[in-house]
Design a protein around this ligand. Structure first.
Ligand code: HAM
Length: 419
């Protein structure tokens, strides 16, 4: 029997790696440039951590958790992480990071696992840039997180992405709204989709997210969350908008944006590209979460950018990674000068030049063919004559032109040619 990658997972083969490496590199560089420090947390955590943070009645917890059995006789107390925030908040509490100088700004590039129905852009293992900003309740922190994500999108040169923005207010404001929404929809219960009827009991806010057209019509006359926000909450989101305007980040208010995780309050947002129905990234403020996980009440805001969807989109838009560094091939023309040829290989490798060689192949022709296959830019041929002269033959493989270069100058000559 031949094994296959599990359903909903993918092998990223060498040809697809340059785009992935580009996106990972940009995410890391931008996160650090914007003042976030790297953190690594375990790939699995206690199930209770995810239930308590993401919310027991969310799809992620109800349907999509990958449970992990520590030992075959054990019950599964653990789950693979479905997202990065819960583990990072757990680490914040565990290591007493509230005593560190605030704000504490952390990031990770994390693999997450959700047992979803696989389709394009929806995988059972996906990668996110998770950016978490603790100890700052100001709208500036919300805007800074959005600005950081925007920097990644700009650096990658992806056109057409916009931000969908909303405020979820405080938990008290949301509770008053949910009660009003529930009572308004209760009368029309029969007209709601089956999913929304279920959500009316378990998580009414999520009905706002429904894609069902019948539900959407009903929602048009339903109460609006924005009408339940107090002055402080309204001022908070207005100030976030001012910063976004100042940074010229395009956004549109979406009063029905609620997101699929329960920990959000105040600002929440998603990045959307018109070519896909799926969000490329999203996040928001979660001022209660540190407290919920038995840490001291600490304001926090964060976001996750989905690398799989970004890479898929770049590929669809025909945006390629910059060409890889050029390679130089060292060709051994006579076995008697192997030591000198090996020394040249080492000199080039030691300064970080991409070098290829295969001295196990006695034929110069075979070595040249291998250099071609690897798309080498230059070939340095070393035979008895070159060693006697103290100068090497360097051939430009694109046009076949060649030069003699002294031993002393070979490294700087190659560096210049490859640049
Ligand atoms: P999320 O919206 O669940 O938020 O996920 C963030 C992003 O991860 C999505 O916008 C999407 O690009 C990507 N993503 C999610 N699920 C999948 C999947 N099955 N396949 C491919 N990509 C996927 C969070 O996870 C929050 N932790 C974000 C956050 C950080 N909020 C505050 N801090």
């Amino acid at each position: 029997m031949k094994f296959q990658a599990p359903r909903g997972t993918r092998d990223i083969l060498p040809a697809d790696q340059p785009l992935w490496q580009l996106v990972r590199r940009v995410c890391q560089e931008v996160a650090e440039q914007m003042g976030y420090q790297p953190i690594t947390v375990p790939t699995y955590e206690e199930v209770g951590l995810f239930q308590r943070s993401i919310g027991a009645s969310t799809d992620i917890i109800e349907k999509e958790l990958f449970l992990v059995q520590g030992h075959r006789d054990e019950e599964s107390h653990y789950a693979l992480r479905p997202e990065g925030t819960a583990g990072i908040v757990r680490a914040f509490v565990q290591h007493g990071m509230h005593t560190w100088p605030q704000p504490v700004k952390l990031y990770g590039i994390v693999n997450n696992f959700r047992y979803e129905r696989p389709q394009k852009g929806r995988y059972r293992e996906h990668v996110q840039l998770s950016v978490e900003h603790f100890g700052d309740t100001s709208p500036f922190a919300d805007a800074w997180v959005v600005f950081t994500m925007w920097q990644v999108i700009r650096r990658l040169g992806i056109p057409g992405i916009t931000l969908s923005l909303n405020s979820l207010g405080t938990s008290e404001e949301r509770a008053a709204y949910v009660a009003a929404l529930k009572s308004a929809l209760q009368d029309k219960r029969e007209q709601l989709s089956a999913d929304s009827q279920r959500r009316l009991e378990t998580n009414p806010l999520r009905i706002l997210d429904s894609k069902d057209t019948g539900d959407q019509v009903l929602l048009e006359t339903a109460p609006q969350l924005a009408d339940f926000l107090g002055n402080t909450s309204s001022a908070h989101i207005e100030t976030v908008k001012h910063y976004l305007d100042a940074w010229q980040i395009p956004y549109a208010m979406n009063p029905r944006l609620v997101r699929g995780l329960d920990y959000y309050c105040h600002t929440c947002f998603e990045w959307i590209h018109p070519s896909t129905g799926n969000s490329l990234g999203g996040g928001g403020r979660y001022d209660k979460l540190v407290g919920e996980l038995d840490g001291p009440e600490t304001g926090a805001v964060g976001a996750g950018l989905g690398l799989d969807r970004i890479v898929d989109l770049l590929a669809d838009l025909g945006i390629a990674a910059p060409a890889a560094a050029r390679t130089v091939a060292v060709i051994l023309a006579e076995p008697s000068v192997l030591t000198e040829a090996a020394r040249v290989v080492a000199e080039l490798a030691n300064v970080g030049i991409r070098v290829t060689a295969d001295f196990s192949k006695p034929s110069v022709g075979t070595q040249f063919k291998a250099a071609d296959r690897q798309e080498a830019w230059l070939a340095i041929v070393i035979g008895g004559q070159e060693v006697a002269d103290g100068a090497l033959t360097v051939k430009r493989l694109a046009d076949g032109s060649q030069e003699r270069v002294s031993n002393e100058e070979i490294v700087s000559f190659v560096q210049k040619e490859l640049a």
